[in-house]
Design a binder for this molecule. Structure first.
Ligand SMILES: *Cc1c(COP(=O)(O)O)cnc(C)c1O
Length: 333
């Protein structure tokens, strides 16, 4: 099967499984797991932060960040299309009594900074206390530039707000910008990043920031059920991914561009956008049941009748891309 549903569908490679099997482990809740400690140090180093903590998922990383930055009755400014706002079950509100203040998101994925600044609340008992600004990079596959992130950082600094990045695909953003991952992380106090998406680890995300912040986040992680004991087995996959799967993300981006070119040449398909490892494509006219027809030809997508997102990852080769394009062409012919 050629699986273009998401970059979360990757299978651990043979060498990754070998690294997991060979991992030295201990009780991470006691701080005893050498492989977890090595991963956390490696991530902190690569992202230019003092410390990092391994968490179970990107959702848990962002939630730990919200809970560590904000108190009950605080609010955070976030894009109205951001994962943290839309797709994390409202965890900050449910578990932290933290109010989201959504602001409009532009086509480039950047929040409207003028609207964000206008949304910062004055020090007045009528209002929730604004504490934090969150960005997401990449967002819908698009990489925010370092300059965009720095303008948001300046806004946060003007109002003494913390600045957090949901960097689930930070590594893709760095690859697309030709920047060091630390340069993508630099405008932020804290950054969460997934190991389980384009990097191809089976599970895990990391949250990095100042040592005091990470200590606080670690406490929240435990409370959220994320204290994982002999987690070195998981951390070994993350370490392997950092060493071997960051450099190859450019291949995924090239394959996404190849997919967009191929699909764009099929009559009846329009490309809405293609950036990093994601292609957003539309069917005109609509084609009910396209996902089922493709699945019968060995291509898995989440394509609805009209539009959909196709994602490349380390389980998709350029030959797979060509086969997927051929399958779409055959169905629409
Ligand atoms: C996937 C994703 C998350 C959440 O990660 P999970 O590991 O699925 O919980 C957060 N933010 C963005 C932008 C994501 O794409």
């Amino acid at each position: 099967m050629i699986d273009l549903r998401s970059d979360t569908v990757t299978q651990p490679t043979g060498p990754m499984r070998a690294a997991m099997a060979a991992a030295a482990v201990g009780d991470d809740v006691f701080g005893d797991d050498p492989t977890v400690n090595e991963l956390e140090a490696a991530v902190a180093d690569r992202l230019g932060k003092e410390a990092a903590v391994l968490v179970t998922s990107g959702t848990q990383g962002n939630l730990c960040a919200l809970l560590a930055h904000c108190q009950r009755g605080d609010e955070y400014i976030v894009g109205d299309r951001a994962h943290t706002y839309m797709f994390e079950g409202g965890g900050g509100a449910v578990l932290g009594s933290i109010q989201p203040q959504p602001v409009p998101t532009g086509d480039d994925g950047m929040i409207d900074l003028a609207r964000a600044e206008a949304a910062v609340k004055p020090d007045d008992s009528h209002f929730a206390r604004t504490r934090l600004v969150c960005l997401e990079n990449t967002i819908d596959g698009k990489a925010l530039t370092v300059e965009q992130m720095e303008r948001s950082a300046a806004l946060a600094a003007r109002h003494s707000l913390a600045h957090h990045l949901d960097g689930a695909r930070l590594w893709n953003a760095a690859a697309a910008l030709g920047a060091d991952p630390a340069a993508v992380a630099a405008p932020f106090d804290s950054v969460s990043a997934c190991l389980s998406k384009g990097l191809g680890a089976p599970v895990g995300s990391v949250l990095a920031g100042p040592a005091g912040f990470v200590a606080e986040a670690r406490k929240w992680r435990k409370m959220l059920g994320g204290g994982m004991r002999q987690a070195g087995v998981v951390a070994a996959a993350g370490l392997h991914a950092l060493e071997h799967h960051v450099g190859r993300l450019a291949d995924d981006h090239a394959n996404a561009a190849r997919l967009a070119r191929g699909l764009g040449s099929v009559p009846g398909v329009e490309i809405d956008s293609c950036a990093t490892n994601m292609v957003f494509a539309r069917l005109r006219p609509e084609r009910p049941g396209i996902a089922d027809e493709l699945a019968r030809r060995g291509v898995l997508t989440l394509w609805t009748d009209a539009s959909g997102r196709l994602v490349t990852h380390l389980g998709v080769t350029s030959a797979d891309v060509d086969a997927a394009v051929a399958a779409v062409a055959e169905i629409l012919a």
